[in-house]
Design a protein around this ligand. Structure first.
Ligand code: ZN
Length: 76
């Protein structure tokens, strides 16, 4: 039987197994060193637009970690 405790343990186990290629966090960027401009990151929507996003993001192609740019960073 799948209980809530078991699901929680499975999620923790899955998270600990995840490996990232490289860690480029610290300098905001739009392009991964592998050339990809597609990222996986956590966002929040309000009124059908992105109202907030986490700065930690993962490259959709190679899985490297990077820092998402913000308006202050001047990445137009
Ligand atoms: Zn990449």
């Amino acid at each position: 039987m799948l209980t809530l405790t078991r699901i929680f343990k499975m999620r923790i186990k899955r998270r600990s197994k995840k490996k990232y290629n490289a860690d480029y966090r610290g300098i905001p960027t739009e392009v991964c060193p592998c050339g990809s401009q597609l990222w996986n990151l956590k966002v929040m929507f309000q009124e059908k637009t992105i109202s907030m996003y986490f700065l930690d993001m993962e490259c959709a192609l190679c899985g490297s970690l990077a820092t998402a740019p913000t308006e202050i960073d001047g990445c137009d």
